[in-house]
Design a protein around this ligand. Structure first.
Ligand SMILES: CC(C)(COP(=O)(O)OP(=O)(O)OC[C@H]1O[C@@H](n2cnc3c(N)ncnc32)[C@H](O)[C@@H]1OP(=O)(O)O)[C@@H](O)C(=O)NCCC(=O)NCCS
Length: 126
């Protein structure tokens, strides 16, 4: 068993600026329809939730990067964050090129200015 962690912190204002400037072209390039639906339901707080998902994608990338052929073999939407009925976040890895992942655990936190994400990935022994 091999374990890798990943972490990321992001300024929420950076994501807000990208969304305000590029709107749907940015949202549709980075976030899946499920993520957009979740964040838009948060109304004025939506930027915190978008930023948290952006941080989560970066954190997952850090944890799995050594398994990728190169950093361009993954796109933002290959990593999807969904929440269960209690609100706990979960990662859907929509990527076929890595087949030895046992589990991915994600934790997210955000306040007015920053969002952070921590990820722990467990790889199978194959
Ligand atoms: C769920 C809870 C922990 C969120 O904490 P918060 O300080 O309000 O908000 P944060 O910004 O730190 O965290 C928000 C993120 O927590 C995550 N989260 C929500 N519910 C969760 C749960 N049940 N389990 C794990 N993570 C959860 C989500 O990812 C959420 O972000 P998202 O909506 O963008 O996905 C908090 O609302 C809560 O219920 N606390 C209970 C604390 C308590 O009972 N303490 C006494 C015993 S320790």
């Amino acid at each position: 068993m091999k374990i890798r962690c990943g972490t990321d912190i992001i300024e929420i204002d950076r994501i807000k600026q990208s969304i305000d400037e590029f709107q749907e072209s940015f949202l549709n390039r980075v976030f899946t329809p499920k993520e957009i639906d979740y964040c838009e339901r948060k109304k004025q707080q939506k930027y915190q939730h978008y930023a948290a998902r952006f941080a989560a994608k970066e954190a997952v990338f850090k944890a799995i990067s050594e398994k990728l052929d190169n950093k361009y073999s993954i796109s933002w939407k290959d990593i999807e964050v969904v929440n269960n009925e209690d609100g706990r976040p979960k990662v859907n890895l929509l990527l076929n090129s890595i087949n030895d992942i046992e589990s991915i655990d994600l934790s997210i936190s955000h306040c007015k200015e920053y969002a952070v994400a921590n990820v722990v990935v467990v790889f199978k022994e194959i």
